[in-house]
Design a protein around this ligand. Structure first.
Ligand code: ADP
Ligand code: TPW
Ligand code: MG
Length: 588
């Protein structure tokens, strides 16, 4: 008999009690959370079972890091914290990387971990999976709380949700001592103890003075630019962003996970003229994008003459302003409210669309795209990245509802610039840290949260960090097609052992590895393809069928570059060139 969350019928009399397990489930459900990304074990095995019995979707993973990545991506996609649930010490630690990554990316997530007996942990008496998890978690998240009493569950969950989504979103840790889950309470008192969070992420409107200041800067602009970041994608005010961009007539540049907020094919998209617009623009509106390493900290050659730019920055977090360069006009608020206020100001006092500038950006973008287009159709043998990505670009153009997940080095950098995205939040990648291993968690979360088809384009190394989750994809029958760009290694597959020994190069993998057979091992579809035509057929079949599929795409081991587009970030050794003749190949 189903017990229901709040009542256990005993000996015919309705003994209305509830317990920590069920209060936690009820608290999550009350706040609109319907999915848990989980790896079972003591003390949370039954929590997962009960959650499933109570109508929640519980997706059990093979490794907590992937469950955590999935939760964080669910948070990005839905503006509701994704929930990752783990066991104590080792499971908790495995989830912690994802929690830290969520915080770094400003994605809301809650890591709920079971923990051992407080009294034993605090006296370091060696409990099962003993660890002071609360203390460990603190530096890696926005907030960390421990729940000692079942009657506090309602308020603790409310606090965790609000901490995760309000202001700048991020990761929150909730520590659940196992004993607490079994505590009982009178059901009615339990119901009353639950808290529904009202307005968890209140709108933050910029002040009229701040808008006037920004308008003053925009009025002077000759070569303006709008940089759209994943904070804007997260905000979901897609219509307002489009209105603002179109009203200004300014070219825009999407950061990687903001591709699709406006379609990459939009006439004002300047992505294909990136170098030129970054260098030559005189006023830049940063919209939910930090001026961090991904934008060379707003300095250096990439940004043209020092002092040649003024920045208007829209961000929910006031502390982000002036983090790297002076911000002439800070707009502290949510993207939607700031965009609406700017639109209103421009309705009253229009800015002139910079036609000549936009024409120049167009011309440059066209020329660059032209140069690229023939490379995308090459038939080189072995297949190179460009030919393979030409096929995937077409596949996404044909099915713009497909969510693209992307990780690797060359696989990431080239796919980001080649594959157009047409809809908001339809590209998920390695984010601010450039973390490898997010791919399968992201693909699973995207499929679960949206019900849409997912295409995960993975470097063979990147895939290795999370590949076991293909079993999860098969088990839950998710519409995920994984394409592994198999170049036999990290960056390239043709590395040598610089000491001349028998061990393989540090960056090389087994040649001709059959990743496709991993998917087949669990009942999914596998394909090993070596030409663009074979790839096209396999992708078509996968996207048309929605079946879990892994396409192992053989890529020329010599086609990639060391570290993809960011080889310049590798530290250099002054003696390497003299010591190792091979260093020339990777270090130029
Ligand atoms: P990207 O990597 O795409 O450049 P970042 O992750 O560096 O983007 O920046 C995202 C920024 O967006 C963060 O500074 C964050 O504070 C901000 N942000 C997050 N949510 C919102 C929101 N709803 N409105 C405004 N800014 C937001
Ligand atoms: C958690 C360092 C950055 S990119 C990469 C590694 C290991 C793999 C690149 O090879 P791949 O792609 O995926 O085969 P390709 O097309 O260039 O061959 N550990 C973590 N994160 C990062 N970023 C690394 C290591 C890294
Ligand atoms: Mg590789």
């Amino acid at each position: 008999m189903a017990t229901g969350a709040t009542g256990v019928a005993e000996a015919g009399a309705a003994l209305e009690i509830t317990d920590g397990f069920h209060l936690l489930i009820d608290a999550l459900k009350l706040n609109g959370i319907g999915t848990i990304y989980n790896v079972p074990g003591i003390p949370i095995t039954d929590l997962g079972r009960y959650a499933q019995a109570q109508g929640m979707r519980v997706i059990s993973f093979r490794h907590e890091q992937n469950a955590g990545f999935a939760a964080s991506v669910a948070g990005f996609l839905t503006k509701t914290p994704g929930i990752c649930m783990t066991v104590s010490a080792p499971g908790f630690m495995n989830g912690l990387t994802a929690l830290a990554n969520a915080t770094t990316n400003c994605w809301p997530m809650i890591l709920i971990s079971g923990s051992s007996e407080r009294e034993i942990v605090d006296l370091a008496q060696g409990d099962y999976e003993e660890m002071d998890q609360l203390a460990m978690a603190r530096p890696f998240c926005k907030a960390a709380y421990r729940l000692n009493h079942a009657e506090d569950i309602g308020i603790a969950v409310a606090r965790a949700i609000r901490s995760a989504v309000s202001g700048r979103p991020g990761g929150v840790y909730l520590d659940i001592p196992g004993a607490m889950l079994g505590q009982t309470m009178e059901a009615e008192a339990g119901r009353r103890s639950l808290v529904k969070v009202i307005d968890p992420a209140p709108k933050m409107r910029p002040s009229p003075e701040a808008i006037a200041r920004a308008m003053g800067v925009l009025k002077e602009a000759k070569r303006p630019l709008i940089v759209i970041g994943k904070g804007a994608a997260y905000d979901q005010s897609d219509d307002l962003i489009r209105q603002l961009v179109e009203k200004t007539g300014y070219p825009f540049l999407p950061m990687s996970m903001a591709k699709g907020v406006l379609p990459d094919t939009h006439p004002q998209c300047g992505a294909a003229a990136r170098s030129m617009i970054l260098q030559e623009s005189d006023v830049v509106i940063m919209m939910g994008a930090r001026i961090n390493w991904l934008l060379s900290h707003g300095k250096g050659k990439q940004w043209g003459e020092p002092g040649s730019k003024k920045f208007v920055q829209i961000d929910i977090d006031a502390e982000e302003m002036d983090s790297n360069v002076e911000i002439a006009a800070p707009l502290v608020g949510d993207v939607g409210s700031c965009a609406a206020a700017l639109i209103e100001a421009m309705d009253a006092d229009p800015v002139a669309p910079p036609k000549d500038w936009l024409d120049r950006v167009h011309a440059k973008a066209e020329a660059n795209m032209q140069k690229m287009s023939s490379r995308l159709q090459n038939n080189n043998h072995p297949m190179d990245y460009h030919a393979a990505l030409g096929v995937l670009k077409q596949a996404i153009n044909d099915r713009p509802d497909t969510i693209l997940v992307n990780e690797g080095a060359n696989t990431l950098d080239l796919a980001r610039s080649i594959v157009n995205i047409h809809k908001p939040r339809h590209r998920i990648d390695v984010g601010t840290w450039g973390v490898m291993g997010i791919g399968m968690g992201a693909a699973i979360a995207a499929a679960v949260e949206t019900g849409k088809q997912v295409l995960a384009v993975e470097g063979d190394s990147a895939f290795g960090f999370c590949g076991m989750e293909v079993e999860t994809i098969c088990r839950y029958k998710l519409p995920v097609c994984v394409v592994v760009f198999n170049n036999d290694g990290i960056y390239r597959g043709d590395g040598e052992n610089w000491g001349g020994g028998d061990d393989p190069a540090t960056t090389a993998f087994v040649k001709n590895a059959r990743y496709d057979m991993m998917m087949e091992a669990f009942g999914g579809v596998g394909a090993w393809v070596k030409t663009p035509d074979e790839l096209r057929q396999a992708v078509e079949a996968a996207l048309a069928s929605g079946k879990p599929t892994l396409i192992n795409a053989a890529i020329d081991p010599a086609a990639g570059k060391e570290s993809g587009n960011i080889g310049n970030l590798n530290p250099s050794s002054v003696v390497a060139q003299a010591l190792y003749p091979q260093a020339k190949k990777t270090q130029g």
